[in-house]
Design a protein around this ligand. Structure first.
Ligand SMILES: [Zn+2]
Length: 205
């Protein structure tokens, strides 16, 4: 499975090539999936209704091994084949809640600002691992991201979406300071480039 939160090129990345090579199914919203198939050439048979949903909906996949819920995110989602032509409509960006049977529940915020409804995610799922954007400029920065962690209260938080471009000024260090001022720094887990992470099993809260 390849899960994509929105259509921007730094997120779609090599999804089409990887999908063609591995036959992985594309998990995305209806509009984003249609745009990635029509504009970028993702194989349509790997992006059918089974793995296509929309906000508020949960897809049960891999024979019940995972459940993916699409939740809101505040961002854009245009899909562009090349930067010289206007982007194709990719619908509304999303965050994803991925619940693994017998394993952790992961909340990927997508690219977004802080918003108070993030707190609702934890009303339906105890979040073990939260992937939160901290880069600033195109998403929330460290201070607003720390406030998002406070709303969701995950067991651990992994910062993402920083350092990609020079304008993304948010750093894990600044994020740690913001977590510390809210007494949340114990939840921080910073990944290294190229690192693969094995997540622990879910723990009952
Ligand atoms: Zn984006």
């Amino acid at each position: 499975m390849i899960l994509v939160t929105h259509g921007h090129s730094d997120h779609v990345g090599d999804a089409v090539e990887i999908g063609k090579k591995t036959r992985a199914k594309l998990v995305a919203t209806f509009d984003l999936s249609a745009a990635i198939v029509s504009a970028l050439g993702y194989p349509s048979e790997l992006a059918d209704v089974e793995t296509t949903g929309h906000m508020g909906g949960t897809l049960t996949l891999l024979g019940g091994e995972i459940a993916v819920t699409f939740v809101p995110a505040w961002h854009g989602s245009g899909v562009s084949r090349d930067e010289t032509v206007p982007s194709v409509y990719g619908g509304t960006p999303v965050g994803l809640v991925i619940a693994i049977r017998g394993g952790p529940t992961i909340y990927h915020t997508g690219d977004t600002d802080l918003f108070s409804d993030m707190a609702l995610v934890s009303r339906f799922h105890k979040i073990d691992t939260m992937l939160v954007c901290i880069g600033d400029h195109f998403t929330m920065g460290p201070d607003r991201a720390a406030e998002a962690v406070k709303l969701v209260n995950p067991r651990e938080v992994i910062p993402m979406h920083y350092g990609t471009f020079p304008v993304l000024t948010g750093t894990p260090e600044a994020f740690e300071r913001e977590l510390k001022s809210r007494k949340l720094e114990g939840q921080l887990r910073v990944m290294k480039i190229g690192q693969t992470l094995t997540l622990d099993e879910a723990k009952d809260s």
